[in-house]
Design a protein around this ligand. Structure first.
Ligand SMILES: Nc1ncnc2c1ncn2[C@@H]1O[C@H](COP(=O)(O)OP(=O)(O)O)[C@@H](O)[C@H]1O
Ligand SMILES: [Mg+2]
Length: 422
């Protein structure tokens, strides 16, 4: 069996690594992949967004199944295109992926499905958004409607900041087309939690709850990033809360999407804010999270390939999905300067060290240059430690992190601190 994984970050390395463990021994390909993925899959130099080239490749290589990592190809309609050509693909259609690609659409569906979420109003005229802001309580959240690589959300503590965010998005076009429409949303004060789920459009199988760290600096300070680390299971996601999220969030959104004629198939990601024990949806994503995948998939006991096939063939109800009782902590190592300007091309040291071998080293932004592995992105590596307790997993991860180095490397020293100290 031949499988193509689309993407080339830490999430895709984790997916490839997990598929490589399948007893069914699939032959793996990844487009475009990275220097870590290379050791487990044949990397193909096709961009994740180049749907036509990916389709040609899949037909030419007789790939049996394609697994899509990132959101952009899904939003561009890769699943529709592949299904039209009778090619098996794991990931939602363009219409279903709008749950992520349009925050306004997502709020509309949440309202129809009666899902608890922050109150919000959508605007496509700057003047109306600015007028609405005059009466809004502070802080207030301004969100670009479309995909903005995690940069489209501003939490404004003053009215001036809020107005500036609206003008930046709607008039100055700093998020391009994605910011032509904005959502002005009520600020929720609580603790964030991620619950992802496999779904075939009918059956929903929640994964273990995870928490990620978005800010660049220790103590959750500094700029927002794509994610500096994550851990799983997050104690905040108690069995009761997970049950509640499955019943009050995941099941109704999946049912509503099917009823609207856009059944969602693949991984549905619920980004939640837990306020006084009650979960509110901040957003849905139409794929696995990065770096949440790096802590959730290692704990999946069931063969991922079986899960993927059950989703594609609409028989998820017949599969029992099981999890290890371990815990996982992932520490992301980034290029100095990220999420701002940074330099690529620094060689990585210590990847083959004994300490590194104790942990799972997932590559994100790396490339091969002659015989060396060099940095090639903001987030360079995700190091996942496993252990019976989060404290042990955290120690494993940091031990490996300290054995690996590259020039101007940065990482947070406090990943999973909330769960470990409490
Ligand atoms: N209503 C809200 N109240 C408080 N914080 C929010 C709210 N909405 C978003 N945030 C914060 O902003 C981050 C990004 O928002 P999110 O809706 O997840 O958009 P995206 O991931 O597309 O940037 C969240 O992870 C959360 O920290
Ligand atoms: Mg988010």
């Amino acid at each position: 069996m031949k499988i193509l994984v689309v993407g080339g970050g830490g999430r895709e390395h984790t997916i490839v690594w997990k598929l490589a463990q399948s007893p069914r021994k699939p032959v793996l390909f990844c487009a475009p992949g990275n220097a870590g993925i290379e050791s487990m899959a044949t990397c193909v130099p096709i961009k994740a967004e180049d749907i036509a080239a990916l389709k040609d490749f899949v037909i030419r290589e007789q790939i049996d199944c394609t697994v899509v990592g990132p959101e952009v190809p899904l939003a561009l309609g890769i699943a529709d295109e592949f299904r039209r050509a009778k090619l098996k693909i794991f990931g939602p259609t363009k219409n279903a992926a709008r749950l992520e690609a349009s925050k306004t659409f997502s709020k509309d569906v949440m309202a129809q499905a009666k899902i608890p979420t922050a109150r919000a109003k959508s605007f496509d005229k700057a003047a109306e958004a600015l007028a609405y802001l005059e009466q809004h309580e502070l802080p207030v959240v301004i969100k670009a409607d479309g995909l903005a690589q995690g940069k489209g959300v501003i939490i404004a503590t003053t009215r001036e900041q809020a107005c500036e965010a609206v003008i930046d998005a709607m008039e100055k076009g700093v998020f391009g087309q994605a910011g032509k429409q904005v959502l002005i949303e009520q600020f929720l004060n609580g603790e964030e939690l991620t619950i992802m789920a496999f779904t075939d459009g009918q059956t929903v199988v929640p994964m273990l709850p995870a928490q990620d760290h978005k800010r660049v600096g220790d103590g959750d300070t500094g700029l927002n990033t794509g994610g500096m680390g994550a851990y799983c299971p997050a104690p905040l996601g108690t069995p009761a809360l997970r049950e509640h999220v499955a019943r009050a969030v995941l099941q109704p959104i999946v049912e509503t999407m099917s009823r609207l004629g856009s059944p969602f198939q693949g991984v549905l990601y619920a980004g939640l804010m837990v306020v006084n024990g009650m979960p509110y949806v901040l957003e849905f994503n139409a794929r696995m999270g990065d770096p949440e995948t790096q802590v959730v998939l290692p704990l999946l006991k069931t063969d991922l390939l079986d899960v993927i096939e059950a989703v594609i063939e609409h028989r998820l109800d017949q599969l029992s999905v099981e999890w290890h009782h371990d815990t996982a902590v992932c520490v992301v190592m980034t290029s100095g300067g990220y999420p701002g300007q940074y330099q690529n091309g620094f060689p990585l040291h210590g990847l083959q060290s004994e300490a590194a071998a104790h942990a799972l080293v997932f590559h994100a932004g790396t490339a091969r240059k002659n015989d060396a592995v060099v940095t090639a992105g903001g987030r360079v590596l995700g190091i996942t430690g496993l252990g019976a307790t989060l404290k042990k997993a955290q120690a494993e991860a940091y031990q490996a992190v300290s054995a690996i180095s590259f020039e101007r490397c940065h990482y947070r020293k406090d990943i999973a601190h909330r769960a470990v100290t409490s």
